[in-house]
Design a protein around this ligand. Sequence first.
Ligand SMILES: [Zn+2]
Length: 391
Amino acid sequence: MPTESTFLFAGLLFLAAALGYVFARYGDSDDEDDPGESARANFVRGFRHLLDEEPDQAVEVFTNSGDINEEGLDTQIAVGGLFRRRGEVDRAIRMHQNLLDRPGVSRSQRDKARFALAEDYFSAGLFDRAEDLYLQLREAGEYRVAAIRRLLRICEVTAEWDRAVDFCGELLRIESGSVVPAQLAHYYCELAEHAREKGEWHEAYRLVEQAEVVEPGKLRCTLIRGDLAADQGQAAAAAAAYAEIARAFPAMLGDVLPRLLRTIPESGLEPLLNEVTDTPEGLRGIALAVIRDPRIVHPAAIDCLGRFIEQQPILRDLAGAGVPVSASPDARREAIGRVRKALHQLARSGTSYQCADCGYYSSSLQWQCPGCRAWDTVRAADRLLFKGSPV
Ligand SMILES: [Zn+2]
């Protein structure tokens, strides 16, 4: 991961290259009244202040420089971006606001400065100010698509899912295929879950259907359908939805198993568990779910953990310690319970799920990674993480 000094060094190199370009354009005139010579002198002074770690003086020089051309503006935006990446957002804002306020700046130059300023506010978490600027840029010009994408990010942070759907529509009208189906489908799912919370079943089903049109076979839609059925006391329909997920996505068993146990009839549970645990992933999924969630007490699920332990030499020895081979099923179940309790206490909290993209750990299922903001990348961690070393 790049460090702050890496950014500084790379930024100064970039700046030096830009300055060289500016000098080449201005020539070598010694005339102090020459505007090109004056701009050159200002850039050199500002650059020296940066090298001397005098950022405030550098900002002062840059913002007080006279007329600047396209290259000069690019350089100042780059310097401002450098401040932003170093976390010095106030300085970045001063630089970019100054450029935006300058008279005689062309439309495209103004848009460039406006986008840079919006990025400053966005990175500082000042979303209302950033949003105002992105909304201006969204109307037309080079930054139209980038601005709408940023507005989408703001909607995600502020949970304005209706607006997010509208912005997706706008992006798709500009360029078909510019929105990943999973992203738009999740926005509909968010709206569906919101409708479900308010007991608006019909609306919730309608939104789930919308999501499925955008992304057929979406796992989250099946889960919401199951939850909607369970909310309305339709246990068979709920269990059918959960069973579908358990079969197709064993990694989801940690979330689905408790729901399944609440809705499936006794006669249907054992055949389903036998079917799911036919694969190593299924058996492991149920075992991890039982270890992590002490609320799962159903004997058939505990038996699955017992079968898993049997397959793991270390766990088998641990469970077998002090339990004779001729021990009764009750004694064996007690031994399984001891191992379960020990593993549950050892498992590090907050590590049940992990983002496949950035590695971010979380304690609950997140459809959008809180770390990298990607959708559908958080999965149940396929191992327990114990304090000290990963197992
Ligand atoms: Zn991530």
